[in-house]
Design a protein around this ligand. Structure first.
Ligand SMILES: NC(=O)c1ccc[n+]([C@@H]2O[C@H](COP(=O)([O-])OP(=O)(O)OC[C@H]3O[C@@H](n4cnc5c(N)ncnc54)[C@H](O)[C@@H]3O)[C@@H](O)[C@H]2O)c1
Length: 306
């Protein structure tokens, strides 16, 4: 297939582009390099350095007749969305609209969208299923949810198909400070420097950490499945930050202390997404082992430091 990946110079998009090329697809990447880097671009992908809000770039994309668009490009930081909701909406809503109009003009068949657990907000009914009422606690979560609604309306008005994938906390090599996932990246960088790890709060707070390679396999499955559907992409397993820190210190082979400091206001205590719908509709299950995934991530940041 002829496939466009927006944000393909970033963490998830670059892994996805690698996998699509390995499957024999033609891949074009559009990225403005605001948080991505040319270092991660696969050799065999065509690269267009442009902003998805640029009309010239999108006129060009409309002419290219892509079969499928993977939409990864976004303002991805929760605190930034709260500090500057205008910028968040400009990137995540106006960027989406430019892309949707180009997709419509260019006869694109399907958009596969990277949504987020941030759509749900804080909820105690874990693991969260896709029919839980969205109650975003940030503008980032709100623009992700609105994107899902736009996709649904474009499908009903113009027949442009979609699959929405709501990721839990994604981790793996190439993750950056700008991303949403955060803590594993931060711990891996600190371990590479031999610095102590700090946990905000008592460390009993949990997250559902999904390996980027599992996120990629869910995206590949969505090429042919999940028409007009929203699916969580998660491990459906809660891991406490205390266990995460202990495991990462052990895997790194370093003897660095783990400290606790005051809890941060606004942090969710527990987070876990059900993945039963993705199992059923996409025929997907997460396959990566946590220790292997953490070891690969630690080793990536260790090598990067050298
Ligand atoms: N990392 C996570 O844990 C996580 C969790 C849930 C959802 N997501 C979503 O997955 C997607 C990918 O996230 P990531 O972690 O790889 O982030 P990332 O910052 O590494 O990648 C985003 C890419 O988009 C590019 N970009 C941003 N704005 C752009 C614009 N206007 N025009 C063109 N390119 C632009 C950036 O340069 C970057 O390369 C995002 O939509 C994010 O919201 C990520």
């Amino acid at each position: 297939m002829n496939i466009l990946v927006t944000g393909g110079a970033g963490f998830i998009g670059s892994h996805l582009a690698d996998a699509l090329l390995a499957e024999g697809h033609a891949v074009t990447i559009i990225d403005n390099l605001s948080s991505g880097t040319t270092e991660f671009l696969p050799e065999n992908a065509e690269f267009i350095e442009a902003d998805i809000r640029s009309r010239d770039a999108l006129r060009f994309l409309a002419d290219r007749r892509f079969d499928v668009i993977y939409h990864e490009a976004a303002q991805t930081m929760v605190p930034a969305s709260i500090n500057d909701p205008y910028h968040d909406a400009d990137e995540n809503i106006m960027g989406l609209l430019s892309l949707l109009e180009a997709a419509r003009a260019g006869g694109v068949k399907k958009i596969i969208f990277s949504s987020s657990a941030a759509v749900y907000g804080d909820s105690e009914a874990l693991p969260l299923t896709e029919d839980a009422e969205p109650r975003p606690a940030s503008f980032y979560g709100l623009t992700k949810w609105m994107t899902e609604r736009y996709l649904d309306l474009y499908r009903r008005l113009y027949g442009l198909d979609y699959t929405v994938l709501r990721y839990s906390n994604v981790y793996g090599p190439r993750q950056g400070a700008h991303g949403e996932g955060g803590v594993i990246y931060i711990f891996a960088k600190l371990l590479a420097e031999g610095a102590p790890l700090t946990i905000f709060g008592d460390g009993g707070q949990t997250r559902d950490f999904i390996n980027v390679h599992d996120v990629v396999s869910a995206n590949l499955a969505a090429l042919t499945c999940g028409s007009g559907e929203i699916c969580n992409v998660s491990t459906e397993t809660e891991l406490s930050l205390n266990t995460l820190a202990e495991t990462m210190v052990r895997l790194s082979g370093k003897s660095v202390p783990v400290r606790h400091s005051e809890a941060r206001a606004g942090d969710i205590y527990r987070s876990c997404l059900s993945h039963q719908k993705a199992r059923r509709l996409l025929g997907w299950t997460p396959a990566c082992d946590l220790s292997d995934g953490l070891a690969e991530t630690i080793s990536f940041f260790e090598k990067k430091k050298q």
